[in-house]
Design a protein around this ligand. Structure first.
Ligand code: NAD
Ligand code: ZN
Length: 360
């Protein structure tokens, strides 16, 4: 189980991203970032029965002297709470984790964001190793150092920047991922192609069938390329003062759809982003940036990946616009969008005319 690909992310402390099938059984690789004798594995109720024993056994074999504990939360966005944050802190305290302790986040973005935030806070910051098990977490949430929990007033409102010591993406875990979650992750993969890499967008188009059936080598390739783009952008703009905002392509519309429909039902995040990317493409065409042909090509690509392209019935444009005005990324300067210049190019545009937004 040697990694198929290893990238190094430039950051204050550079960290590796390992990608390959079977990496969760590679004790030496898992233990590489460890500095102390305490490790806490945080996971959720779906993932732990599938993978936690293997991770723990591999770590124990590599480091027999290690004190390892496990902390599980329920599955789903509703679990990304301050209460569960406290639970992880309690588990670190019970383990007696010292400042050289390490948290292993085994799961999707929910586990990664929650465990990452707890690691950022315990003793003002201990190591976190991300073991992402969803495509979305492999290409997005485990890279870049954003951690957070939700509060009733909104998603991700309490959090910290805390870069991981390592990211270890075992592509074999994607075989148990529900197909709908795989497609949601592919929406974020398409996003990277759309905003910065036309060649990648064409590659994705050509290999959509293999990617959708979970072909390991193809997925590893797509993950590596996505991580490279996210790493490059976040290295240039770690705190999102500028360019990092390009990663929000499709997200202003997408977040509005998610908030308006309610998070527990309807489209999931990746699906909402798929619809949002198409709306952003159409808005760009309406404003004379990308062409209508570009927008239509994006729509065809999203459909080939089995992603939705229409705003769910019953969501009124005015209601979505009201949600966008509340988005925490909308600045005092007015509605800000990531607009599209066609395959591989995007830009941040402030003060977008509300009537143009309503029209698309
Ligand atoms: P998730 O963590 O809820 O996982 C989706 C579902 O799949 C869950 O039910 C989970 O239990 C299950 N699951 C996970 N891996 C599995 C596997 N291998 N086999 C079977 N089932 C599996 O959702 P997600 O899409 O991974 O992450 C979404 C979260 O990520 C959101 O909270 C979002 O805010 C966050 N996020 C953070 C960043 C960031 O930069 N920090 C970026 C994007 C998204
Ligand atoms: Zn996203």
């Amino acid at each position: 189980s040697t990694p198929l690909q290893t990238l190094t992310v430039a950051a204050a402390t550079p960290y590796p991203i390992h990608i390959g099938a079977g990496l969760l059984d590679d004790g030496a690789l898992l233990a590489q970032p460890l500095r102390g004798r305490h490790a806490l594995i945080v996971s959720d109720a779906n993932i732990a029965p599938l993978y936690a024993d293997r991770v723990e056994a591999a770590l124990r074999a590599a480091r027999p002297e290690l004190h390892i504990a496990r902390h599980l939360i329920g599955a789903g966005e509703a679990e990304k709470t301050l209460a569960n944050f406290s639970g992880v802190i309690d588990a670190l305290a019970a383990l007696g984790a010292s400042r050289d302790g390490c948290v292993y986040a085994l799961g999707g973005g929910v586990v990664g964001d929650l465990a990452g935030f707890a690691a950022a806070c315990w003793m003002r910051g201990i190591d976190i190793v991300q073991l992402p098990t969803t495509l979305l977490s492999m290409v997005d949430s485990s890279v870049g150092g954003k951690t957070a929990v939700d509060i009733p007033q909104g998603k991700n409102l309490v959090g910290a920047f805390h870069i991981p010591r390592a990211v270890i993406a075992d592509t074999a875990t994607l075989r148990t991922l529900p197909p709908r979650e795989l497609r949601a992750g592919l929406a974020e993969v398409i996003k990277y192609g759309a905003i910065v890499d036309a060649g990648f967008l064409h590659w994705l188009d050509a290999h959509h069938a293999a990617l959708l059936t979970g072909d390991d080598a193809m997925l590893a390739e797509a993950i590596a390329c996505s991580c490279q783009h996210k790493a490059a952008i976040t290295a240039r703009d770690p705190l999102e003062h500028g360019e990092r905002a390009l990663l929000n392509f499709g997200h202003t519309f997408g977040h509005a759809i998610e908030a308006e429909q309610g998070y527990a039902e309807g489209l999931n995040h990746g699906e909402a982003v798929a619809v949002g990317m198409l709306l952003a493409a159409r808005l760009s065409a309406a404003l004379g940036l990308a062409s209508w042909t570009d927008a239509e090509a994006l729509r065809a690509l999203l459909l080939r990946f089995g992603l939705p392209v229409d705003v769910p019935a019953g969501l009124a444009p005015e209601a979505l616009l009201a949600r966008m005005r509340l988005d925490k990324k909308v600045q005092a300067s007015g509605l800000r969008f990531i607009l599209w210049d066609g395959a591989g190019a995007a830009r941040i545009v402030a003060d977008v005319d509300e009537s143009a937004v309503l029209a698309v």
